[in-house]
Design a protein around this ligand. Structure first.
Ligand SMILES: [Mg+2]
Length: 144
């Protein structure tokens, strides 16, 4: 099954690394990267550049984005009738208790701390792929 993943991440190096590690574990995933939460909303709404965008099966979000709209993005996705069921996973360098709590209060489905070492980052992304892409049943995989 080909899965579409929307990655909201401002650092192109992190995008590349995430995509490489993910695809090594599960080749049937397409990563659509956007650099901030405003672009993420445009993507979901298929506005402008994103008029041909695929609906994501999963959203992965960095919390520390330039426009500080990450929590707002979680709240917006989770309050939207067509997007609320899309699993949304936070992947960020912060492990501050208030950020973890705020993300879950906004109904994020998981919070992962992005390790600073390359090896640990790779391991984390692979675990993510094994669970979210290969173990969990996603709402998009269920026929209506
Ligand atoms: Mg970032």
């Amino acid at each position: 099954m080909n899965l579409q993943l929307l990655l909201v991440e401002d650092n192109p190096g992190d995008v590349r690394l995430f995509e490489e590690c993910l695809r090594e574990e599960y080749a049937g995933v397409t990563v659509h990267a956007v650099p901030d939460s405003i672009q993420a909303l445009h993507y979901l709404e298929r506005r402008g550049l994103y008029h041909n965008a695929c609906r994501p099966d999963l959203i992965v979000l960095d919390l520390n984005l330039p426009c500080h709209g990450s929590l707002h993005l979680i709240t917006t996705v989770k309050a939207h009738p067509h997007w609320a069921a899309i699993p949304l996973v936070v992947l960020t360098t912060s492990s501050a208790a208030h950020e973890v709590r705020a993300a879950y209060q906004a109904h994020a489905n998981a919070f992962m701390v992005k390790p600073s070492s390359l090896t640990d980052f790779t391991t984390s992304v692979r675990s993510f792929a094994r669970f979210w892409l290969m173990t969990a049943t996603l709402p998009s995989e269920i026929s209506p």
